[in-house]
Design a protein around this ligand. Structure first.
Ligand code: C5P
Length: 234
């Protein structure tokens, strides 16, 4: 069974405000996307990685990953477009790039470049759950804060029952055929904030495994600061 990981890293990083696409912002001297990809490879559970980056940064990314089992491609305008392009590349049967001579990988992970400190053990646990027969797997954490639904002008409408909510992380793991079918059934530019959401839409059950706080997503300058502090202590 071969495992490929798709890493969407083509976001602009506007909320981070670091003056560079988020995935390329250095975190203790190493670009965020490099840390995310090295974590995947260190897990021992991933055979190859496909990284979707902004078109202007393809050459730079290829240099960053020279000698590693990593394919760099130009990403799309939306996260889903970036993942779709990578899946299309993975689906090409044969050729030098395919994970196996016969074709695509059996298991595919989708992992945000913006989660640079994701523990390799979490990555391995997601792969293990897919291998155990779950066609779609997401790591989740309980939600610590009370969550409210609010109107666009900031008035509280209702309070959501926190006990049934989970915050969803990546990597999300799938049987290749399951994720392929979910993308095939969705609009080219379907708004989805994660890949399991597309799988849910085609009626497939999504299994959860315990997430890890260290797999948090770097979105704001605060997150970057926390990540730097954690690396200093490590
Ligand atoms: O914007 P957000 O933090 O949700 O992005 C999650 C991941 O998706 C990031 O790793 C980002 O680089 C990636 N992304 C992408 N292509 C886009 C937008 C986001 O690959 N057009």
């Amino acid at each position: 069974m071969t495992v490929a990981a798709v890493v969407p890293a083509a976001g602009s990083g506007t909320r981070l405000g670091a003056g560079a696409p988020k995935a390329f912002v250095p975190l203790a001297g190493v670009p965020v996307v490099v840390r995310a990809v090295e974590g995947l490879l260190r897990s021992g559970a991933v055979d190859e990685v496909l990284v979707g980056v902004p078109e202007a940064l393809v050459d730079q990314a290829r240099l960053l990953f020279a000698g590693r089992p990593v394919t760099v491609l130009a990403g799309g305008a939306e996260r889903t477009a970036t993942v779709r392009l990578a899946l299309e590349l993975l689906a090409v049967h044969g050729g030098e790039r395919a994970a196996t001579p016969e074709g695509h990988a059996d298991v595919v992970l989708v992992h945000d470049a913006a989660r640079p400190l994701t523990p390799p053990a979490l990555i391995a646990s997601v792969v293990a759950a897919v291998r155990a027969g779950h066609p779609a797997v997401v790591p989740v954490l309980p939600v610590a804060d009370t969550v409210k639904r609010v109107t666009p002008d900031g008035i509280v409408e209702s309070t959501v029952d926190r006990s049934v909510l989970r915050a969803v992380q990546t990597p999300q793991g799938f049987a290749f055929a399951t994720l392929w079918a979910a993308y095939a059934a969705s609009d080219v530019d379907a708004a989805a904030t994660d890949d399991a959401g597309l799988v849910e839409r085609v009626g497939e059950k999504v299994h959860t495994v315990p997430g890890d706080p260290a797999a948090f997503k770097v979105t704001t300058p605060w997150d970057l600061h926390i990540a730097e502090l954690l690396l200093e202590k490590a």
